[in-house]
Design a protein around this ligand. Structure first.
Ligand code: SF4
Length: 374
């Protein structure tokens, strides 16, 4: 029997991903605390309304598993460990115990090098496209909230008493000293580490956020944390996109559901005009600064790195080469009307160039906001 090689393995990867255990939850997962509305949908047991392309997420999961396995084998880090209390649960990527805590474990479970302070680490894989933002701003508020919740659960409850980590659970609450983010560039392998001390005060904000989500009567009572499809990659890939913004309406952006009446339109227009006035001088200043920097050598200047992109010749169809290839292959060269030549001839003769409306393609809709003089 011949087994046919499939064109793509992504079908298999998506099927395996869809079968990964996902709990029907009464508790919020710490990793679900990205968006308040989305956490609400999960907590209220709503079924996802959107599928979508998960290739990047799947690649991230595979890379993640490989990195953590290497850390477990080589450094003895505790990886993929569960934590939970009555309202929230999570899987910590890695915990590095300090010497005092490690000494309470059997020798075979101790890390090769204990940490100065017990550290809760989260590994995040990012694309090159996101890398610059990571280096500038580090972890997002949502990412920090997630790891603060893990650390808080570990420091108040300890490791969850579940199969595979009963011995760890017997340690009880673990005093956590710091949290750490390890960002890995999934295109080039670069690594960037960000650390911050862990304190109960820091975790309080994250706990308050979870309490607000739990207190809401319905997901729709919760704020949308992100601005919506087309404006946020989180929303573009959200499994509750349609539940949140409604079905796609041709010619209308999803965000238009946010305005319900003329009073809200008036408020939005006022803000639009105000923001336009505020950014106009900044745009002008940027243009001047860009012009001044023109021709400067790429490199590091103080706290910024300057680099240049683009400026390459663009590719255009080489019709002559195409014709030669066709002739060499004895394939008839298509004789299509030369639109540019005909337009030039019509113009020369003073005859208007005929046009027709293409109802499939639309010009971009521009917005004009001017002061009302009446
Ligand atoms: S679509 Fe965006 S705002 Fe709505 S639930 Fe999903 S992530 Fe949140």
């Amino acid at each position: 029997m011949t087994i046919q090689s499939p064109d793509s393995l992504w079908q298999a990867a998506h099927s395996v991903d869809a079968r990964r255990p996902r709990s029907r939850q009464t508790k919020i997962g710490a990793s679900d605390t990205v968006c308040a509305r989305r956490a609400g949908y999960l907590l209220h047991g709503r079924l996802p309304t959107d599928g979508g392309d998960k290739r990047r997420a799947i690649l991230g999961t595979w890379l993640h598993a490989g990195i953590l396995e290497a850390a477990r084998k080589e450094y003895g880090w505790l990886v993929e460990r569960s934590v939970e209390d009555a309202t929230i649960r999570g899987h910590i990527d890695a915990v590095q115990l300090d010497a005092a805590t490690a000494s309470r474990l059997p020798k075979r479970m101790r890390p090769a090098h204990p940490a100065e302070a017990t550290t809760v680490e989260d590994v995040k894989t990012k694309s090159t496209y996101q890398w610059d933002r990571i280096l500038r701003f580090g972890a997002t508020d949502a990412e920090i909230r997630q790891v603060l919740l893990y650390a808080d659960l570990l420091s108040t409850e300890g490791f969850a008493d579940v199969e595979g980590q009963r011995r760890l659970a017997r340690l009880g609450p673990i005093p956590v000293g710091r949290i750490r983010f390890r960002f890995i560039n999934r295109d080039g392998g670069d690594e960037y580490v960000q650390e911050m001390p862990f304190t109960t005060e820091r975790a309080r904000g994250a706990r308050w956020w979870v309490d607000q989500v739990r207190a809401a009567r319905s997901p729709e009572d919760l704020a949308r944390t992100f601005p919506g499809p087309g404006l946020s990659a989180v929303c573009d890939n959200c499994p509750f996109k349609t539940a949140c913004w409604g079905p796609v309406v041709a010619g209308r952006r999803p965000q238009s559901v946010a305005l319900h009446d003329d009073a809200e339109r008036e408020k939005a227009l006022d803000e639009y005009a105000k923001v336009s006035r505020q950014i106009a001088p900044l745009k002008e200043r940027l243009k001047v600064l860009r012009a001044q920097l023109d021709g400067s050598e790429a490199g590091v200047y103080g706290s910024h790195r300057l680099s240049w992109s683009g400026g390459n010749p663009t590719k255009v169809d080489d019709v002559t080469a195409m014709v030669e290839l066709f002739e060499r292959a004895d394939v008839p060269v298509p004789k299509t009307p030369d639109v540019a030549w005909m337009k030039a001839k019509l113009k020369e003769a003073g005859i208007p160039v005929p046009v027709r409306l293409d109802r499939e393609r639309r010009t971009a809709v521009g917005i004009n906001v001017t002061p009302n003089q009446s």
